[in-house]
Design a protein around this ligand. Sequence first.
Ligand SMILES: [Ca+2]
Length: 399
Amino acid sequence: MSLRRQGASYLAVLLAAACGGGDDAPPGAPQPPPVLRVARVFPNLTFSQPIALLQAPNDASRWFVVEQAGIVRVFSNDPQATSSTVFADISSRVLAGGELGLLGMAFHPDFPTDPRVFLNYTNGDSGLVTRISEFRLGGSGNLDTAPANERVLLTINQPEANHNGGHLAFGPDGFLYIGMGDGGGANDQHGAIGNAQLMTTLLGKMLRIDVTPASGYDIPPDNPFEGNATCHLNGTGTSPCPEIYASGFRNPWRWSFDRETDVLWLGDVGQGALEEIDRVTLRGNYGWRCFEGASPTGFPCGSEAPLLPPIAEYGRSEGAAVTGGYVYRGSAIPGLQGRYVFGDFVSGQLWHIAADTQPTLRMSTGFQSGLNISSFAEDLAGELYVVDYGGGLYRLTGN
Ligand SMILES: [Ca+2]
């Protein structure tokens, strides 16, 4: 009941904002949350199935676009930019299509002093796997992608072609986080309790590793299963995998750290009914496959309790595949400050919610962007962007 009431009041606020209701607020009163819009940026540039957009640390002069087929393009941060160049091309070793491909990229936080860049991609040379690999900047100013110079950190067997997660990013703690899906198929039908609840597999987990060593990686000392043998060879172990940070995910598709509070926000794509947003904490278990959103599925799930409910969820009338976004920390949309923005890949709807939302908020109709939202992006100033899978880049604006 309280969920419905929250949803209704949120819609009322949106409608009030849309109708100019904020004009009646007394001076100094908090402004209602803004109605969001998107505006095309870099209109001369169109990309092929872009799935990520990012800037290098402390460098606002360029943008990097990750294309699913295995190419990373770079272009000047100039509104009238007319061309991009290839920063990396690993398309010959990427198996792409559907949910497969080059799915994520992360610069080392000290880049380019530390010249390492990390890529997350699927390969089918000898069975389907996810690879988390380290590359280095080459003398050309682009990534050295020679196979001999690729350092594979993790190889994770993929039982089915879908649910590969794909995002990777450095956290405020300096460790590399990697989001993994449940392996694929429907309802996580892998073994007795599914992969997402099984701690001897990296599938269905948020991973966290320390890439400081010159070879391999270290396990952060407070990871839940620190001390166990690593699962880097194929994604499984005989004891719980020490790379695990949090568990119970179906297919985390985009997540980010709030640059002000360090909180990790994640969008987890649902099965047939509910898309969800989670605030992820160390050792947290977010419920799949026993829960889809806040609803029990009836599938047996092991004993890794307690299972944590989502922060927000929405059903099939609003969308079909959530794309996690960012907590807004920019300045161009004052009323959005501190609110978490996310959207749906299929329906194109966009929402924003308070960072302290609880209990689970059921989302009603949001703003219709008209885009296939494959990813959000945040520039160095905290402004947010939307990547349209159809090829265009957009900036989030207020009303
Ligand atoms: Ca969940």
